[in-house]
Every structure is written in structure tokens, then in C-alpha cells.
Write a protein of this length. Structure first.
Length: 254
């Protein structure tokens, strides 16, 4: 499952690049997120040989980057510049919080335990809000289905990660009464992680492919609107036409 999970993590990177979304809005953050996670998979599964200290450092860094990167990607679902600014302030505040915790506690698992708790709650809060909104649009208005699938992927992944976080970091269920690690429980935890990662990555891929088609239509529409606006620049009849065009996708604000 570690190999399958690694392949699944590579697919969103490949699809984003091949569909030329690598520089589109907040998609670069998603690429970095998947590359970082994929790299950690390679190290823990032994596909890339590295020292235990390097692997540990990569894992801790990956956990520190996780929340800010996914929050920045979620700005893609924002419906206004004001909301985006609030999200960016949240990201900045959380990054400062991470630095303070690391400075006090140190660059270790205890710091990650403190940081991931509120981080997962913030991500789940935004995901749930965006999921409800995009699901309504997909069901009622039959549009933005790709966005609904993408945010569903993130919501599913972080919902499961929250459960793993509670069991592994908070309750430490993998530690027995004598303070020793239970190998089978640890292996089962990684198995669940790999399954969740695989499913969410595949769902993300499907959502990105569908969303790319919508983006292409929007770009074509914008080009057509600009061409017609230049033709009818002096005509007052351009106003209702522009209103009709803007109604094509109300959740596009820029």
C-alpha cells in the first residue's frame, strides 16, 4: 500500500502539470503539498536511502508545511477578495503560531502534536464551509462539479487525518502500558494512512480533470467577452450582455 499510495500521490502532480495548471491561482501550493508528502513516502518506505535523522527532519518539516499549504490552496474556493484576505491572515497567523511553538518546545514531535490540533480544526472548518457551498452548486445549479470533488477530497483526507492524529498523537494508542511501541498497531495506522491518501488523491485527480474543463470554458468566455466589448465599446447595449456573461459562473469573482 505504501507503493500504491506513492503512485496515487504522484498522479495529482502529473495531472496538474500536464493540464497546465501549475501556475494557476493557488495550484502551486497543492503541487508543493503533494511533492512534500510524496518525498516523505519515499523516505519512510525505503525507496530513497537516507539517514534516520534526515527522514525524521523531513517528516517534521512536512507536518509544519502541511496546514499552511493546504489552507493557501483552499483560497481557490474563496468567493471574494475580502474572504481571501481573511484566509491569508489566518495562514500568516498560523505560521507565526508554528514558529512560536517550535521556538518554545523545539523541533520535535511534541511541537507537531501542539501545532496539528488547531491546524486540523481550521482546515476542517474551511473545508466544511466550502464543501456545503460547492455541493449545493453542483446539485442545484449543476456546475462547479470539479470544485465539489476537489474540496470533498480535502475534507475526506483531513477528516481521517484528524482521527489518526487523536489516536496516534493524543491518546498514543500505539504505546503499550510499559511505554513500548506496539508494532502491529503502528503498521495498521500506516495502512489506514496509505488507504486514505490513495483514495483522496484519486478523487482529487478526477476533480482537477473536471475543473480544468470549466476553467477552459471560462477562459474562452472571457476572451469572447473582451472581443465583443471592444466591438460594442460605444454601445449601451453592452451592459446587459456583460451581466449575462457574468452570470455564467457566479462563484468566479476575479
Amino acid at each position: 500500500m505504501g507503493f500504491v499510495s506513492s503512485v496515487a500521490l504522484f498522479l495529482p502532480i502529473f495531472i496538474i502539470l500536464i493540464l497546465r495548471l501549475g501556475a494557476y491561482r493557488s495550484f502551486p501550493a497543492l503541487i508543493v503539498y503533494y511533492i512534500s508528502t510524496l518525498g516523505y513516502n519515499f523516505l519512510t518506505e525505503g525507496y530513497v536511502t537516507a539517514s534516520a535523522e534526515f527522514t525524521r527532519s523531513w517528516g517534521l518539516t512536512n507536518n509544519l508545511m502541511d496546514i499552511p499549504l493546504i489552507l493557501y490552496f483552499l483560497t481557490y474556493f474563496s468567493t471574494s477578495r475580502a474572504f481571501t484576505q481573511r484566509m491569508r491572515m489566518t495562514i500568516l497567523s498560523f505560521a507565526i503560531f508554528e514558529l512560536i511553538v517550535v521556538a518554545i518546545v523545539g523541533f520535535n514531535t511534541n511541537a507537531i502534536t501542539i501545532i496539528l490540533g488547531p491546524g486540523l480544526l481550521i482546515v476542517l472548518g474551511f473545508c466544511l464551509y466550502f464543501f456545503i457551498r460547492q455541493a449545493k452548486m453542483a446539485i442545484i445549479h449543476r456546475k462547479a462539479t470539479g470544485k465539489a470533488m476537489i474540496v470533498s477530497s480535502v475534507l475526506f483526507a483531513y477528516g481521517c487525518f484528524s482521527f489518526i492524529y487523536l489516536m496516534y498523537y493524543v491518546f498514543k494508542a500505539h504505546i503499550d502500558q510499559y511505554g513500548k511501541v506496539k508494532p502491529q498497531y503502528k503498521a495498521d495506522t500506516f495502512l489506514v494512512y496509505f488507504l486514505v491518501t490513495t483514495f483522496s488523491s484519486l478523487l482529487m485527480c478526477a476533480g482537477i480533470i473536471i475543473e480544468r474543463k470549466r476553467i477552459q470554458k471560462l477562459n474562452e468566455l472571457k476572451i469572447t467577452r473582451k472581443e465583443l466589448s471592444s466591438l460594442y465599446a460605444e454601445s449601451k447595449k453592452a451592459t446587459p450582455y456583460r451581466a449575462a456573461m457574468l452570470d455564467f459562473d457566479k462563484d468566479q469573482w476575479n
